[in-house]
Design a protein. Structure first.
Length: 387
């Protein structure tokens, strides 16, 4: 049996072990999706301990953007306060100011590991000679697989997005936009581990905007609506800033979400979403000049007919019976009287698959493949429809 003193010591030790385990279990990772230092920019990190006891923090890590979609860990970001803190006193706030003295602006993102009582945000200050300094703030956020970002680029305003991949694994980031006038656009961009990129949503494109995102910036230019950013895992941190015509700016809220994306999914009936669907692009299946157009119509029995035409029109292929599953139309047989080539030749083999982003959206992206005889092609196009 333990003596009284030993039993007291045992309780104290057990309590310390339990408290340490609880602290480890409750640690959180917070991410600052955008840090800008140098040029006209300075970033201040504001870290607050909302609890009644001192809270350890750390590590605090920074990752620099080398180029859009490429990040580098161990960014040696310097602060006016010197060394980074390892704890925050109870009911206290500490501020960390980047130097902001470099001629060229460096951008990236940061992460903070800390206990549950720690909250943080960033202050972005832009200093331009001849006008008052401008400030905006952005909260540190947890990582998520999906973010919803309201935006407003009307009346000359410009919205900028900053996106960080907070893991070491490469990721494909998908972005969709639905404007208030109902138009939808989508794009995807592969990024590396610890990657970061920030870009304006307006056009024309600049070096700051990856070319893969041109459908997004084109659709959002001068518009308002909702942006959706999503990946296959909880690996993203997102921030948005809105600049008005005077160049004053503010951060707007972003909403971390889970679950499947909500922009770009079809709202049409899965059995008869259209009376005629037209797919047009820049691809060419045969040696005949011009760009083919695919017309798809319901047969009335739950199947669909597809005809592939040149602009003349010249029939390239007819697929008499296709099935619809979700957003994908699949045609596995071809009509015997289909023709292709110059001069026309009869062929009896072929297949067609089309995945339509949104049956109810004019200009919706369409992807697919088609084979007619021995000729095949990849389809990247847009659709128009007749309800």
């Amino acid at each position: 049996m333990l003596s009284s003193n030993k039993f007291t010591s045992f309780l104290v030790a057990a309590g310390l072990v339990a408290a340490a385990s609880l602290g480890r279990a409750q640690n959180q990772n917070l991410y600052i999706p955008q840090i800008a230092d140098g040029g006209s920019w300075q970033t201040t990190l504001v870290i607050t301990n909302t609890s009644s006891v001192a809270a350890p923090i750390g590590p605090i890590s920074f990752y620099q953007e080398i180029s859009p979609g490429v990040g580098q860990p161990n960014w040696n970001l310097l602060f006016e306060e010197g060394a980074l803190p390892t704890s925050v006193p109870a009911a206290s706030t500490i501020l960390l100011h980047t130097l902001g003295t470099a001629v060229i602006t460096a951008t990236g993102w940061g992460s903070i590991t800390a206990g549950p009582g720690i909250q943080a945000y960033a202050i972005f200050e832009q200093r331009i000679t001849g006008r008052q300094n401008q400030d905006g703030t952005g909260l540190a956020v947890p990582a998520a697989s999906r973010f919803l970002v309201p935006f407003d680029q009307t009346l000359g305003s410009i919205v900028g997005l900053a996106i960080a991949n907070v893991t070491s694994s490469p990721e494909t980031i998908n972005i969709a936009v639905r404007t208030t006038n109902g138009s939808v656009a989508q794009a995807s961009i592969p990024v590396g581990g610890f990657a970061h990129f920030n870009f304006p949503l307006n056009t024309p494109l600049s070096a700051a905007v990856p070319s893969q995102l041109s459908p997004i910036t084109s659709a959002a230019s001068g518009q308002s609506g909702l942006i959706e950013i999503y990946a296959s895992s909880a690996s993203l941190a997102v921030l948005t800033l809105r600049f008005n015509v005077t160049a004053a700016f503010t951060a707007a809220p972003v909403y971390p979400e889970a679950g499947p994306p909500i922009i770009g999914t079809s709202t049409g009936s899965p059995t008869a979403p259209f009376s005629s669907l037209y797919v047009s692009g820049t691809w060419t299946l045969s040696s005949t000049a011009g760009s083919p157009v695919i017309q798809i119509t319901p047969n009335g029995d739950g199947t669909y007919k597809a005809g592939v035409y040149e602009l003349q029109p010249f029939v390239l292929a007819e697929f008499p019976s296709g099935t619809l599953s979700g957003q994908t139309l699949t045609f596995n047989t071809i009509s015997a009287n289909s023709v292709i080539g110059t001069p026309p030749v009869t062929t009896t083999s072929g297949s067609l698959t089309l995945t339509v982003n949104d049956f109810d959206q004019v200009g919706s992206p369409v992807t697919g493949t088609m084979t007619v005889g021995t000729t095949s092609g990849t389809i990247t196009a847009t659709s128009t429809y007749e309800p």
